[in-house]
Design a protein around this ligand. Structure first.
Ligand code: MG
Length: 159
């Protein structure tokens, strides 16, 4: 088994859709970024790449490349899973924490887990997803941004 961790933070701005874990969440602002700025999927990708010692998301999909402008991060996750497979691993399990003062993510949790599990090629009961506030403290508490952390386990193919 290999373990990896990933973390990402994006700024909340007006005039953008809020996409988290591959799901559009109704809110008055969205995350700013070169891609769709899905912090959850970016943290998952970095955890996967880290576990396989394949550098990081920015190394594979640079935010200076116009090919990735406004890209659906589910595509980045698909490409990342392909890299992980090519390196001789399959995804075994992952656990995600989203840090956001608002909105409430409980109603979307099941949908996010299903979306991530499908792309990762694992059952949804191997995708943990929690959300926490920071009790109003710091950049997250002031609603300046949303963050996500992920830990993954990879398994070597063929034992
Ligand atoms: Mg990011």
């Amino acid at each position: 088994m290999r373990v990896g961790n990933g973390i990402d933070v994006h700024r909340l701005v007006p005039g953008r859709k809020l996409i988290l874990g591959g799901v559009q969440v109704p809110y008055d602002r969205g995350l700013d970024g070169h891609s769709d700025a899905d912090v959850v999927l970016h943290a998952v990708c970095d955890a996967l790449l880290g576990a396989a010692a394949l550098d990081d998301l920015g190394a594979h999909f640079p935010d200076t490349d116009p090919a990735f402008k406004d890209i659906d991060s589910r595509v980045l996750l698909e490409k990342t899973v392909t890299l992980v497979h090519a390196a001789g691993f399959v995804v075994y399990q992952m656990d995600i924490t989203v840090i956001a003062q608002a909105p409430r993510l409980g109603p979307y949790r099941r949908q996010m887990r299903a979306a991530i599990a499908e792309i990762a090629g694992i059952p949804a009961d191997r995708v943990g997803l929690k959300a926490t506030t920071t009790e109003g403290l710091g950049l997250f508490g002031r609603g300046e941004g949303i963050g996500a952390m992920c830990t993954v386990l990879l398994e070597e193919k063929d034992g």
